[in-house]
Design a protein around this ligand. Sequence first.
Ligand SMILES: C[S@@+](CC[C@H](N)C(=O)[O-])C[C@H]1O[C@@H](n2cnc3c(N)ncnc32)[C@H](O)[C@@H]1O
Length: 648
Amino acid sequence: MQRLKMESVDITKKNIQKIAEFFPNVITETRDKDGRVTKAINFELLKQELSSELIDGEECYDFTWVGKKASIIEANRPIRKTLRPCVEESKDWETTGNLYIEGDNLDVLKLLQESYLNSIKMIYIDPPYNTGKDFIYKDSFTMDKDDYEEEIGLYDEDENRLFQNTDSNGRFHSDWCSMMYPRLKLARNLLSEDGVIFVSIDDNEVHNLRKICDEVFGEDNFVAQITVVGNPRGRDYGGVARMHDYILVFSKSDRTKLNLIEDKANKFSLFDDIGGFELRELRNRNIKFNINNRPNLYYPFYINETNIDENGLYEISLKRVDGWLELYPLESQGVKTVWRWGKQKSAENVNVNIKAKKMRNGSYQIVEKYREPRVMARSVWWDKETNTEKGTLLLKELFAVKCFDYPKPMEMIKRICEMSVDFDAGDIILDFFSGSATTAHAVMQLNAEDGGNRKFIMVQLPEPTDEKSEAYKAGYNNICEIGKERIRRAGDKINEEIKNEQLKIGEEEKKLVDIGFRVLKVDSTNMKDVYYAAEEYSQQTLMKHVSNIKDDRTDTDLLYGVLIDWGLPLSLSHKTEEIEGAKVHTVDEGSLIACFTENVSENVVREIARRQPLRAVFRDSSFRDSADKINIVEIFKLLAPNTSVKVI
Ligand SMILES: C[S@@+](CC[C@H](N)C(=O)[O-])C[C@H]1O[C@@H](n2cnc3c(N)ncnc32)[C@H](O)[C@@H]1O
């Protein structure tokens, strides 16, 4: 029976497999550090495959920094960590589709590689800008511990590596690039083929970030460098008062299509019972479309010149009425033009969304009430809604104290969501530098406004708050506590407002928003060392390790470890029942059934097999010997031949 790996994906190995598909000739064999034969790439051959010129190591256009190679290795290196669910700190655990993950985002991105591969529609991040005052989480690969202590003199009791990156650090920019590069590489894998990433940044690193993104996402996938005027008064950084920062936008591929957004500047002046609108002629002014090639769009309307509404528009009909004026689409340049809509669509909208308008010269036009003026997002955002102050005020409204510096304005992230995510497709939005969780707030607020079904995944390091800060004094010991509390407060307020909303006659009740979230925390793997190096342990030692699972891990920990390993989403529903004293967990109505009880009986195994889940998983040590295991395999062969069965 196959064992689950219980460690994150070995991306180097996967990359070699991908290259082998295209260039089988460049695959060679080598020995790893333990003397085992493994597949490797002959790089000279690969380079030659990709060039029509003879390759002899000449200079080429390249962006590099100290530590770049180490950061590539780091992005690909598997880790033996897991995500442990924390039901007590979660909200609506059973029903929510949202996640709040605590830990270093490099670990989290690695752990999500299988479960969310090609599945995130939009990523928004607001990383530390490297202003010279930021605390940056130093990844262990960038320098060894001694160097580190010497250079920074900062380590907390958990050997956490948060350090203040000041510009006296000789590798000021390199360290920042090494921090961002592996994270962006891993993030790209998670984006769906039509996905898009938005990264907030300012002048300190925008040039480096753009080069890194060019390399990670491909220069052709650059979409925009949006300037956001967040501080119209300007802040004096010496010489010129800075008013703005940026959002870099890169798509995953040319399949990404950004949506038009609401045109806030274009306020409506006309209103009816449905809402505001502007008028657009129903006639297609493009004479390329005419009676000769679109005869079905050429038909008459009839206008009642005696019935005018409060907007000065006239009643119309598609059927002839005595005394009403007949109107066909006008002739232009000797060509009979046509309507934009067919007769069926016009019939459905007559007098609700289309009417007639009298022009100054006494003639009539058929007009559409265009209710949603939408425009392409602009590359400079300087409206009040994206003002930095707005973010601070909103958070202060929720907490009464200032508990986070420079949260982003929620409206800015709402706009980004509008541009990039379909409202009702259950698209997932990821923010892996989530701070005070403005992104989660924006997703819930937007869902409340348009009845959407977007989901969020927030990732945040439990960075301690400063003991002198208002947040600390208010009882928030780390940033995750602020983020989670914000989602709770903002969510409750949003649903309360929906419940209290006065409905207009005939208006349907709005549905409540998913304001829940499952909390998961990065921790060491659930498995003891023996799990990963079984061959190094003698049979006798193995017997002593009765279980290969750490003693403090619960069934739910193991279940989530298995979801991660098997690449299943962490928001799937699951229920637990007892069968003959054994706890049995069913995920997503049978995508997976897990039983981690020791000494599981044959009857229980038979019952699980009878339900024919897609996957089944047991604890290795529940079976006394290999005869037992063969028996299980036989039971599944007989009762559930399509179930994939594994052990941990
Ligand atoms: C600029 S703030 C983001 C603010 C956020 N956009 C908001 O509106 O509240 C960056 C956040 O990233 C977090 N962070 C920094 N390094 C991290 C890491 N390695 N993993 C996870 N979070 C990290 C910091 O603790 C900080 O809260």
